[in-house]
Design a protein around this ligand. Structure first.
Ligand code: CA
Length: 234
């Protein structure tokens, strides 16, 4: 499956050279020029094309890259590589631990950046499940890593938004139990009292799409018409 990389950079020449190097290396580049566009792109992305990594310029016209990263971290775990113009910015990145995975100082070689992207993606990739053909599937499909706010599905880390994470966690905590939309709204959207039934349904839909990316033949979330949802017993 092609891997999408989001480039957030207001200098078109730099963005173009990164996009070219990415394409040459088999990635699908996506480019935006503003921090707000980057946040929106990550929030609205279809699960199938959700960028796997963000290349983020620190000096953007509307907000600085650190702030973009801070806001991104509130709903997204995708790795971030900063592009910095000045070496003194590096001290801030290293010192502030704002959730960046690497940084590159301008001017840089786009091919070097792509090599760094590969390293970060490899480092974060969960180990491939080593199941022999015909062998029984592992007993537990889901593993909740609460400290990391992550859920592993068939030993692969899911890239979930905050509400998707909370929703799947709520279902995982009571496998086999039917949870109504009202119950899910109470647990997952406690901070958003105006949530509608269809918000729950929309998040179930995006969650299912992400689970299908891991295992196209499995649909562990069951719909109970007029009642709610349950997770198939693990
Ligand atoms: Ca810039």
């Amino acid at each position: 499956m092609p891997v999408t990389i989001l480039i957030v950079e207001d200098e078109l020449a730099i963005a173009d050279s990164i996009a070219y190097a990415l394409r040459t290396d088999g990635f699908v580049p996506r480019h935006v020029s503003l921090g707000a566009q980057a946040l929106q792109a990550m929030r609205d992305a279809d699960p199938a094309t959700l960028p796997a990594l963000v290349v983020l310029d620190v000096g953007l016209p509307d907000m600085n890259g650190f702030e973009v990263c801070r806001q991104l971290r509130q709903f997204c775990n995708a790795p971030v590589i900063f592009l910095t113009a000045r070496s003194d910015e590096i001290d801030r990145i290293v010192g502030l631990e704002i959730g960046a995975d690497d940084y590159v100082t301008k001017p840089f070689s786009p091919r070097e950046l792509v090599a760094r992207i590969r390293v970060v993606l490899r480092r974060l990739a969960p180990p491939a499940a080593s199941i022999a053909p015909g062998a029984a599937a592992p007993a537990a499909r889901f593993e909740i890593r609460e400290a990391e706010a992550r859920i592993l599905y068939r030993a692969r880390a899911l890239e979930l938004t905050r509400y998707e994470y909370l929703l799947l966690k709520a279902l995982c905590e009571r496998p086999g139990h039917v949870l109504s939309r009202a119950q899910l709204m109470d647990r997952v959207w406690a901070d958003a009292p105006d949530t509608l039934d269809r918000t729950v349904d929309a998040h179930i839909k995006s969650l299912r799409a992400k689970l299908r990316l891991v295992d196209a033949d499995d649909d562990p979330i069951q719909t109970h018409r007029g009642m709610g949802y349950s997770l198939a017993g693990t």
